[in-house]
Design a protein around this ligand. Structure first.
Ligand code: FES
Length: 327
């Protein structure tokens, strides 16, 4: 990501939204208007480095405030006890008045504007992009409903705020339901024509939604995955060796079957920014000067894949024996 797409923001407020969930409000340091965003967008945030980390931790957090607000961005972060350190950094190091380096808003989970009804499903912290979608629907007078699944009320982010929407929200608290899952068949069963489903949450919920939406029209079910490992495998062609050429230095780096391009570059002392390392976030997107990529990410569009202008080096490989990268 180049510096033109970066911004510095001030942390203007931090609030506890539920047990282990903090929302962080970000504003322009001088109070200027922010770059607008559309519902479903996220920010790529560079978190403070720790002694163990030489590269900044880059994480992606959905914007959860209404896209009509131009003076602030709000993200919410659940503390992941078994995570890779990003949520810990947010919960333990970010303070009101501090500065944050962030990208401009990026949207890989955009709302289709012309749907007759938006049927949202959220699990846990997956509520964050849905909150901004609800904000947009309300402003546009759109029809919507939400099934929101959490463990219990204490762990339900934005619980109070969502009360105002009455029976458009169906809460499912697993503890109160004796561990039973939500009745997706009931919630998704009464579909309206031209309606779109948007789901964000853990893998088990996403897979269930996919199963229950199997008969819906192509393109009407939209899923925001937390991790690539959660997604069904679509591209399983075997890996093979190839060579990456660093354009600026002419350095030739062999990428073995068991290594990603990103790992091979790191092993050779070529450091590039990364975040998810799973083909989900585009942080490691690198321009291709020559050769063809074997795209294995989850976010490039068909047009972008066909154009062969860039690839995500954390997961993608080469169709050609050599790949010259703009590094
Ligand atoms: S690091 Fe996220 S797509 Fe490569």
């Amino acid at each position: 990501m180049n510096s033109a797409s970066q911004q510095v923001l001030t942390v203007s407020a931090i609030r506890a939204e539920a047990r282990d969930v903090l929302s962080v409000e970000l504003r322009h340091p001088e109070g200027a208007r922010l770059t607008p965003f559309a519902a479903g967008a996220h920010l790529e945030i560079r978190l403070p480095t720790t002694r163990e980390q030489t590269m900044p931790m880059i994480r992606h957090y959905s914007l959860c405030n209404s896209p009509l607000e131009t003076d602030r961005y709000v993200i919410a972060v659940g503390f992941a006890h078994a995570g890779r350190g990003g949520s810990r950094a947010v919960h333990e190091t970010i303070r009101v008045g501090g500065l944050i380096n962030a990208s401009l808003p990026i949207n890989n989970f955009a709302l289709v504007p012309a749907a007759s009804h938006y049927r949202f499903v959220a699990g846990g912290i997956g509520i964050t992009p849905i909150m901004s979608m609800i904000g947009w629907c309300e402003a546009q007078g759109k029809s919507w409903s939400l099934l929101y699944c959490t463990r219990n009320r204490l762990r339900t982010a934005f619980y109070e705020e969502l009360q105002q929407y009455g029976n458009r929200i169906h809460f499912h608290f697993a503890d109160e339901a004796g561990g039973e899952r939500a009745d997706l068949a009931m919630y998704l069963g009464s579909k309206k024509t031209e309606e779109h489903v948007y789901c964000c949450g853990p893998a088990s919920l996403m897979h269930s939604v996919q199963e229950h939406c199997g008969d819906r029209p192509k393109g009407s079910v939209h899923l925001e995955w937390f991790a690539a490992g959660d997604r069904p495998l679509e591209n399983s062609s075997p890996a093979s060796e190839f060579t990456v050429v660093v354009k600026s230095s002419g350095q030739r780096i062999l990428v073995l079957e068991e290594k990603s391009i990103l790992q091979a570059l790191e092993d050779s002392g070529v450091a590039i920014p990364f975040s998810c390392r799973e083909g989900l976030c585009r942080t490691c997107e690198t321009s291709i000067c020559a050769g063809r990529a074997d795209h294995r990410d989850w976010v490039l569009s068909e047009e972008e894949r066909d154009a062969q202008r860039s690839l995500l080096v954390c997961v993608s490989r080469a169709q050609t024996a050599e790949l010259v990268l703009d590094l």
